[in-house]
Design a binder for this molecule. Structure first.
Ligand code: HMG
Ligand code: MG
Length: 304
């Protein structure tokens, strides 16, 4: 167990994908491009732009190729997309994206509902995807969902998380993000999870991905920092939810994450004021309230 905080933290902005994929109102291509551009202008350097999944399953992500085309290649920015299979990979490859992310789960129930196959089948499907990406010089990220609980299978054994994580790294993923998909984790269980997974793989290759359903996401980030984790996924304005878990809320809000990290003196390269503006803009566009506490507080101050 480490108590020293990392000196620099990388924030992976997943709002245009994890956030928008779960919003009842689908944004158009031009609106999605605008959101990505505003996020990049605020200093975001690692951006999940969308996904190449079945539009029947996730209609909000249709048009990701057009979003990437409109975004171009902003210097210094890693543009990432989710792909579930070779069909998605071929589509991603044609766009010249910088990174793809394959996504597995720690629970069989979630794997079946999310990608219509078992965990073992999903890992087998990823083999040619990862090989193809690496041959093309594209970085590969992996995800493991439901690491702290599953809406179908309930409690998840940390051993199971460790095993799927190791398999994704062995497949060739550069980094694996562990997702508390339904936001049920607490800091104690989060620390215990990192300690268990850290016995199996280097913690420096892992990222934390916390949803905020029970209001524990920031506390879980802090618990993860204490364990040496230095990469976190977050979503501007706390966008999103989980279509497979009623009542589940979006990712930890990027504004809240950056405020926490700024307060700890940990550099992220992201300008909080500009990020808050991006969060306000997209919340207005979606006709929903801003789920970022920092975003709401700053916005209220701006109009005082
Ligand atoms: P399937 O129905 O088993 O696929 O779905 P299939 O291979 O039998 O094909 C059926 C149809 O889908 C065919 O079309 C294919 O062409 C099409 P048809 O002939 O019927 O017209 N298809 C595709 N279309 C576009 N892009 C593709 C693709 N593949 C097949 N890549 C599949 C399997 C994986 C496609 C489906 O289940 C799917 O798209 N699932 C995506 C689910 C998803 O995106 N979930 C959200 C992301 S995961 C997440 O949010 C968690 C995370 O944030 C971390 C966390 O919080 O824990 C990452
Ligand atoms: Mg997620």
């Amino acid at each position: 167990m480490s108590e020293a905080l990392p000196s620099r933290v990388r924030v992976v902005e997943v709002g245009p994908r994890d956030g928008l994929q779960n919003e009842p109102r689908a944004l158009g291509v031009a609106e999605r491009i605008q959101l990505c551009k505003t996020l990049i202008a605020s200093g975001v350097q690692h951006l999940e732009v969308g996904s190449f999944v079945s539009p029947r399953w996730v209609p909000q992500m249709a048009g990701t190729a057009e979003v990437l085309a409109g975004l171009g290649r902003p210097p210094g920015v890693v543009r990432s997309v989710l792909v579930p299979n070779m069909q998605g990979f071929e589509a991603a490859l044609a766009t010249g994206v910088d990174e793809i992310a394959v996504f597995a789960a720690a629970s069989e129930g979630f794997s079946e509902r999310n990608i219509n196959c078992s965990i073992a089948e999903s890992l087998a499907r990823f083999v040619p995807v990862v090989e193809g990406a690496r041959a093309a010089g594209i970085r590969v990220r992996g995800y493991v969902s439901c690491v702290l609980g599953c809406p179908y299978d309930g409690a998840i054994a940390p051993d199971q998380v460790a095993s799927v994580t190791r398999e994704l790294l062995e497949l060739g993923c550069a980094e694996v993000s562990l997702g508390d998909t339904i936001g049920v984790g607490t800091p104690g269980r989060t620390r215990a999870l990192w300690q268990r997974v850290g016995r199996e793989v280097p913690l420096g290759r892992l990222a934390g991905h916390f949803h905020d359903t029970y209001g524990q996401a920031l506390a879980n980030v802090y618990a993860s920092l204490l364990e040496g984790i230095a990469v976190f996924d977050s979503s501007v304005a706390g966008l999103g939810g989980c279509p497979y878990a009623r009542g589940a809320s979006g990712n930890v809000a990027s504004e809240d994450l950056v405020y926490l990290l700024d307060g700890l003196g940990l550099a992220t390269g992201v300008d909080l004021a500009r990020l808050v503006e991006a969060g306000q803009d997209v919340s207005a566009l979606l006709g929903r309230s801003n789920q970022s506490r920092v975003g709401r507080a700053r916005a209220a101050r701006a109009v005082d």
